[in-house]
Structures are given as structure tokens and as C-alpha cells.
Design a binder for this molecule. Structure first.
Ligand code: TYM
Length: 342
């Protein structure tokens, strides 16, 4: 069995980018692989945040996983901070991760530039080491993420290789023959479509939780009228007809792509359906499709949130299963790095 891991931060609302770039693709993987999907609450504190909101957002994100079709009888669903090995391994990895590698990270550069040096905690710099720990603990083969995470995945591979070279000299039987190395070197799994969903108000920047205007994104839990309104007001252009591949029309490409993925149609089908549409007609078509796709997810979400005991059970069972595997890796790494064991 190949292993798959991935996670979303419980900051702000889960949006269409998180869904199309990541969560939606996890659903198919749980039938093919051994899967671990977590809510990365420890990553969510790397920028200033509202403490009372964190646990709520964590529960809500877990409920969204389930509502989107992640099945707790197939996948382990858990909260990152419930499995202590994540933080422990991060410390061990950080001893061999050059600061220069972290300084190069685009997301660190962008986020720290926005916040200003005095407001940036050290954890923002070491964030990708925690992410590497999330992945390497499970000896993962594949990590399904959106395109913005490729650099972090590349760093994870470099960290794994570096520690394998430094400390992985002997065979690690307990890892179940997973390559015979200390760490399996994982690969990113980027979806062919939806890997980079763009903002509704600017087709050149990515849809993001941190963009100041909520008009720039569709949140998975947006009510019907909000979706209609956001689509009605989203940025368009004054070219005739609609097309995917005109570089001067990034908004057009983005909205058509969203429509394509959400309806499950092929690109050709979307072209023949929409090429002669005007924006007004297409916007109604797109808003209807989004509502139709999201409505069942929202209904399941409400159901799950109305039964807190159920969610608690899912998360506690998930953390139990994850800890068993994570502890094996962690103990091997302690041993490999020369620590005196209890
Ligand atoms: P986060 O919470 O920013 O995003 C969660 C997932 O959504 C994808 N994504 C997008 N995909 C397409 N278009 C967009 N506009 C868009 N915005 C976000 C992200 O690529 C991601 O897959 N560091 C990670 C969380 C993390 C993680 C991990 C992921 C922590 N540890 C271990 C995988 C494995 C993050 O901040 O994702």
C-alpha cells in the first residue's frame, strides 16, 4: 500500500481553491491508498491569529473534510497537534535544515514581507520543516496539494535525502521495507486541473484565504445568494465570446476552468457549450453549477456539525491510528541520530 498524506490550515474559511486544488482530489485517493488527512492547526499559528477561533476553525475544517466525502472508515482524519510526534520530529529535522534553504521559500518571503520583520515569529521561517515532519513521519509516497506547495514539497525531499545521508546508514526494518531508508522520499501529486484557482477579482493572483476582500473567493460554506452575488460581481473583460487559452484573458480561463471541474465536463464540452455565450449568461450558468455542487456538501456539513460526539470520535480514532505509525518513525529517527532511549 502506498501512503498518501495531506492537510489544510484551519485559518479563515476553506475556499474553492483548497477544495479543487486539494480536498476534492483526496476523495478518490482514499480508495486506492492508505491515506492520512489532517488539519494543520500548528501551522495556523505562524501568523497572528485569534486564539478562541482556532479550535472552532479546526472542528469546522474537519467537518468539511467529511462533508466533501473523506470517509473515516477509509482514511485517518486527525488534528495535527493531537499527534505529538509532528512537533518532535520537526525539531530533529530542523537540526539539519540549513537556514538558507528556508530563507529561499517564496511563501516565507511573501508572508514576512507583508507582516514586517518585527511581527514575524520564528515559526514562520521554520513552517516548512514542520510540513516536512507531517509528511516524513508517515513514510508517505504521495502528497496531493495545489501548485503553491510544490516548493515546500521539494524542500521536504531535500530534507529527507539529507537526513538519509547523514543518519540513514543502516536498514530500517521496522519501516516495513519501505525503501530501507530512514525516510521515504515523497512526491507531490498536483492535479491536472484546479491546481491553481485564481481570485475572482484578479485573474493573475491566486484565490487565497488571506486576501482582504471576501469577494475574491468562493468559500465552501457560502450561502446561495452570496455565491450568486460574488459571481455577478467578479472581474471579467470586454472580449466577445469565451475562451480558455487567450493569455490576455486570465479571468476567462479561470472561470471556465472552475466551471469545467465543478461539472465534470471535458474542456471540449465546455468550449462547445460556452464559446459563444456572453458574460451575463455564463455567470448565471456558473453560479447555478457552483450552487448545485456545493449544496449537498453544505447539507452534510450541517449534519456533521450538529453531532459533536461523532466528530470527536472520528478525530480521536484518526489520531490513534496516526500516532502508531508516527511513533515508529520517530523512534527510529531518535535511534539513528544517536539518542539514549528510555
Ligand atoms: P493551505 O491551508 O494554504 O492550503 C490547503 C491546500 O489548498 C491548496 N490551495 C490551492 N489550490 C489551488 N488553488 C488555490 N488558489 C489554492 N490555495 C490553496 C494548497 O496547495 C494546499 O494543498 N502548508 C500547507 C498545509 C500543510 C500540508 C502539510 C500539506 C501543512 N503540512 C503536509 C500537505 C502535507 C498549506 O498551508 O496549505
Amino acid at each position: 500500500w502506498k501512503r498518501v498524506v495531506s492537510g489544510v490550515q484551519p485559518t479563515g474559511m476553506v475556499h474553492l481553491g483548497n477544495y479543487l486544488g486539494a480536498i476534492k482530489n483526496w476523495v478518490a485517493l482514499q480508495d486506492l491508498y492508505e491515506t492520512f488527512f489532517f488539519i494543520v492547526d500548528l501551522h495556523a499559528i505562524t501568523l497572528p491569529y485569534d486564539a478562541p477561533e482556532l479550535s472552532k476553525a479546526t472542528r469546522s475544517t474537519a467537518a468539511i473534510y467529511l462533508a466533501c466525502g473523506i470517509d473515516s472508515s477509509k482514511a485517518s482524519i486527525f488534528v495535527q497537534s493531537h499527534v505529538r510526534a509532528h512537533v518532535e520530529l520537526m525539531w530533529l529535522l530542523s537540526s539539519s535544515t540549513p537556514i538558507g534553504w528556508l530563507n529561499r521559500m517564496i511563501q516565507f518571503k511573501e508572508k514576512s514581507r507583508k507582516a514586517g520583520d518585527e511581527n514575524v515569529g520564528v515559526a514562520l521561517l521554520t513552517y516548512p520543516v514542520l510540513m516536512a515532519s507531517d509528511i516524513l513521519l508517515y513514510q508517505s509516497d504521495l502528497v496531493p496539494v495545489g501548485e503553491d506547495q510544490t516548493q515546500h514539497l521539494e524542500l521536504t525531499r531535500e530534507i529527507a535525502e539529507r537526513l538519509n545521508n547523514l543518519y540513514g546508514g543502516r536498514k530500517w526494518k521496522k519501516l516495513g521495507g519501505r525503501g530501507g531508508f530512514l525516510f521515504k522520499v515523497p512526491e507531490a501529486l498536483i492535479p491536472p486541473a484546479g491546481a491553481r484557482v485564481m481570485s475572482l477579482t484578479d485573474g493573475l493572483s491566486k484565490m487565497s484565504k488571506s486576501a482582504p476582500s471576501d469577494q475574491s473567493r468562493i468559500n465552501l460554506l457560502d450561502p446561495k445568494d452570496v455565491i450568486v452575488n460574488k459571481i455577478k460581481r467578479c472581474k471579467t473583460d470586454s472580449f466577445p465570446g469565451l475562451e480558455f487559452d487567450n493569455p490576455e484573458r486570465p479571468e476567462c480561463r479561470n472561470l471556465l476552468s472552475i466551471y469545467q471541474i465543478i461539472t465534470g465536463k471535458t474542456k471540449e464540452e465546455v468550449v462547445s457549450e460556452c464559446q459563444y455565450m456572453n458574460w451575463g449568461t455564463f455567470k448565471t450558468t456558473l453560479a447555478d453549477a457552483l450552487i448545485e455542487h456545493l449544496q449537498p456538501i453544505q447539507a452534510r456539513y450541517e449534519e456533521i456539525m450538529s453531532d459533536p460526539g461523532y466528530l470527536d470520535n472520528v478525530l480521536s480514532e484518526g489520531a490513534g491510528k496516526a500516532s502508531e505509525i508516527a511513533d515508529i518513525t520517530l523512534n527510529n529517527v531518535y535511534q539513528a541520530m544517536g539518542f539514549l532511549r528510555r
